[in-house]
Design a protein around this ligand. Structure first.
Ligand SMILES: [Zn+2]
Length: 471
């Protein structure tokens, strides 16, 4: 089976933070798991690089927008490398191929009559990069950016969304577009029923916003956010020029995202695809925001956790493990730094790390030859947890397996056994269990689990070095 999975493209104005890392690690665990069970996987991530806010940030730094994007996109790529993210492609919306494809997409939508020029007047906040309503303002200012929005009156191109809403409602209700968790499906249906989803502006006047893709049928206008950004999911796999590759991967099996972009993905995106006469993505999974030690994560509070600091403290593999083990994927949750340390010591230093040290030490000391059965069947027992996106439960199951192994070693006391064949039986069983556990941990901890697998598969097993020093 093929499995095409995506993260959102991250806004290049941001520094990579723990929220980006969380979504991207989840995508990576799923990509690695699907490869492990034999699927053909394409894992896509990238950066969203156009818009007034980026041009403004670049100008503040005396940089050309493209140079600014290059510099910040590199920061994301670097962090993904440190975290062992195994994406197949990193798309940037300033890639020439993407820009060319967006031009074709706009032309197609225009030719088919799904775009319409309309007068737009609104209060525009450059910080938010969107028009605000009066009720959004506090003392006449954008509360997020503490600035008075500009009154902008201009002609823009609008995408005629409303005609697609009844069909989208039906498809969402029937799970033809599966939206998970179920509470998010209700949220989407609610948005459609309340009538708040309207035709939306897809372009800006070039005199206002220059950093964007010029529309092929109106040279005074550049693309504005959603068609440019969302279409990365199809342009990355070759749309519209590489039909063979595109048909191999599309539709997406899973779009991952955080809650702030729910309506754009679950409503705008299917409508754009229908307008282009393309199949719709199968599943979208929307996860909640999290707080850090009970507080909302924000720059002003100074509690933004950078992925690098987690890696510095725990190592990349453990950081991945800890982020996914602390709470169920999808829920709004609180990340507690003290729990990270607790679980690191319990699950990794005293659990997995200790089991590996104990078993390999005994095998080396007794100079035993161990033959593994390499039984992958145990992975099947994790399918249900994976298919319901409960990575925390996958890891709990792995921990129970480790506790069983610990109990087995305590009961059989191999360090007191003098009969060699009996000792071989005990330590072979233990090594086989560890090998299985390591296979199950591979999607979460690709480096360390592989290191343990290599140690166990060697002709002569030697004691493994400490994997997780206690904190
Ligand atoms: Zn704002």
């Amino acid at each position: 089976m093929k499995f095409y999975i995506t993260t959102p493209i991250y806004y290049v104005n941001d520094e990579p933070h723990i929220g980006h890392a969380y979504t991207t690690i989840v995508g990576d665990v799923l990509a690695r798991y699907h490869r492990q069970i034999g699927d053909q996987v394409f894992y896509l991530t990238g950066t969203d690089e156009h818009g007034a806010k980026i041009a403004e940030s670049a100008a503040k730094k005396n940089m050309a927008p493209q140079d600014f994007c290059d510099q910040n996109a590199a920061k994301f790529q670097e962090v993904w490398q440190i975290l062992n993210i195994s994406h197949d492609q990193f798309i940037r919306t300033t890639d020439q191929r993407h820009e060319d494809a967006v031009v074709t997409i706009f032309q197609t939508l225009y030719d088919r009559g799904f775009l319409e020029e309309r007068e737009y007047e609104g209060m525009y906040c450059v910080g938010c990069e969107k028009f605000l309503n009066t009720r959004d303002l506090i003392n006449g200012q954008c509360p997020d950016h503490k600035r008075t929005p500009e009154i902008i009156k201009e002609k823009n191109w609008f995408f005629k969304l409303e005609q697609f809403l009844p069909k989208i409602e039906e498809l969402v209700r029937q799970d033809k577009i599966e939206i998970l968790p179920p509470s998010r499906q209700n949220e989407v249906l609610g948005l459609i029923r309340e009538g708040v989803m309207k035709d939306f502006s897809v372009s800006r006047q070039k005199s206002q916003v220059s950093w964007g893709i010029e529309l092929p049928f109106d040279r005074d206008q550049v693309s504005y956010v959603w068609i440019d950004a969302l279409s990365n999911y199809i342009t990355a796999i070759g749309y519209p020029v590489r039909q063979d590759k595109f048909e191999e991967w599309w539709p997406a099996d899973l779009h991952l995202m955080a809650q702030d972009i729910l309506k754009f993905h679950t409503i705008y995106w299917p409508a754009i695809l229908m307008a282009l006469d393309l199949p719709l993505p199968k599943t979208m999974f929307i996860h909640g925001f999290f707080t850090i030690n009970g507080e909302k994560m924000s720059k002003s509070l100074g509690n933004v956790i950078k992925p690098q600091s987690l890696v510095d403290q725990f190592g990349a593999d453990a950081a991945r493990y800890l982020l996914l083990s602390q709470f169920p994927f999808g829920q709004e949750s609180d990340i507690r730094e003290d729990v990270f340390v607790e679980r690191y010591n319990a699950d990794l230093a005293n659990g997995y790390g200790n089991a590996v040290a104990r078993v390999t030490n005994l095998i080396e000391k007794n100079k035993l030859q161990i033959k593994l059965n390499k039984d992958m069947v145990w992975l099947n027992s994790l399918a249900e947890e994976y298919n319901s996106y409960r990575f925390d439960l996958v890891l709990n199951k792995i921990q129970s397996k480790l506790q069983e192994l610990d109990g087995y070693i305590t009961k059989t006391v191999p360090w007191k056994v003098t009969n060699t064949s009996e000792l071989i039986t005990i330590l072979s069983n233990a090594a086989n269990e560890l090998w299985m556990v390591s296979q199950a941990l591979l999607p979460f901890m690709p480096n360390i689990a592989l290191q343990v697998i290599d140690t166990l598969e060697a002709d002569q097993i030697v004691k493994a070095p400490p994997l997780f020093p206690r904190l």
